[in-house]
Design a protein around this ligand. Sequence first.
Ligand code: SAH
Length: 452
Amino acid sequence: MAQNYTPRKPGTRLTKPQKDRAGRLKLNPPRKQFLDPEVEQLGDERARLARHGVRPAMEKPRPQVQPKAEGWTQRTDADGRPKLEFKQPRVTQPAQHLADMSMADRQEKVKELGLPAFRARQLSTHYFTHYTIDPADMTDLPAEKRDDLVETFFPNLLTEVRRIETEDGQTIKFLWKLFDGVLVESVLMRYQNRITLCVSSQAGCGMNCPFCATGQAGLTRNLSTAEIVEQIIAANRIIAEGQLGKPEGARDIERVTNVVFMGMGEPLANYRRVMNTVHRMVDDAPNGLGMSARNITVSTVGLVPAINKLAEEGIPVTFALSLHAPDNELRDQMIPVNSRWDADEALDAAFNYYVKTGRRVSIEYALIKDMNDHAWRADLLAKKINARGRGWAHINPIPLNPTPGSIWTASEPEVTQEFIDRLNDAGIPTTLRDTRGKEIDGACGQLAAEDA
Ligand code: SAH
């Protein structure tokens, strides 16, 4: 990739979890309550400009809506801070499935059933290329062994509970029940040149962000690799059966081309299984789906050590950081994990991802009226991005999708536009995320919440 600047040495320092004098881990250390020095500095700059008769746009003072949970009570830990869950409370995992296994493991298993290793490749082709687990379709396998093989390799992991489609049929939202009755969602969207699936990586989520529907119930458990892969295979079957609507003039695409880890859960809190899933997606047939890594987006609240690990994996997935506020005062409340790794550390890790992989990263920013959409925040965000380098980040504002009972709403159109313009003017490519599927889902995680 051509670069016309020298990237600054990234701040890749890993923040060690803080410990108390007895050596116990300190969760959520309390943060200083005064203003971020950069915010103060920005304020000074405005005062200086005003003395010189320069009035920056958006001078009208805007209210600051508090990011406290609305319509529900945010769960707190013993110290009264928003509870964070990094480990799944329940460890029962579903039965092992072909998609959980490497090719070597599949071959091993096939041999245990008294068959030669090459049968594993045939089985894998049925699954990853033809999306079939029906013994009747597997005519290249010995008839008397097919049922055994299917039973061993393809336990039923996902049962469709509900499906909601947009009128044009181009967006379908699925509600799945897992083996233990737990509910998760995925959303399938067809565009002109791609088909995107938004997958869940956990049942529930432990990150407790007050504006997100999934976080409200906490973390139930991690999904297994196969439970994530199955969401993609199920979508591919539905596309192959012609069930996904097609816009006028759209390319003939027969399967999911793009996967975003933006459904339920924090993918980097389920790191090993999510990375395994990425391998299944990018590995060529018959090992996996043969998808392009750049078409896979891993989105995170900002778990810094895991971001740094991801940068070393050698798989150039697209990386997205859910920033939502450039100043720690606000981000502490919008993204509780900010108390562990703050906005600057998360941005440093995102920049390091760019330096290590050469892949431009996405910065997500849900625009909430009067909460985080102030013009000075756009300026501060631009400043923090540009301080680290040019051309390394793309900003993706998303109009808030209000959760039930919340009084927060998406930003006004002109405020949204100003926010975008300021970032673009600062030289940072910024595009508003489309709100596909808004009519069918309300906020992410809502379907599961309704049916629970
Ligand atoms: N846990 C990961 C991925 C799941 S959420 C993460 O936080 O990045 C995917 C994106 O949707 C995140 O940017 C998240 O902040 C955003 N999001 C959550 N609730 C939302 C809402 N009500 N409206 C708009 N975006 C929301």
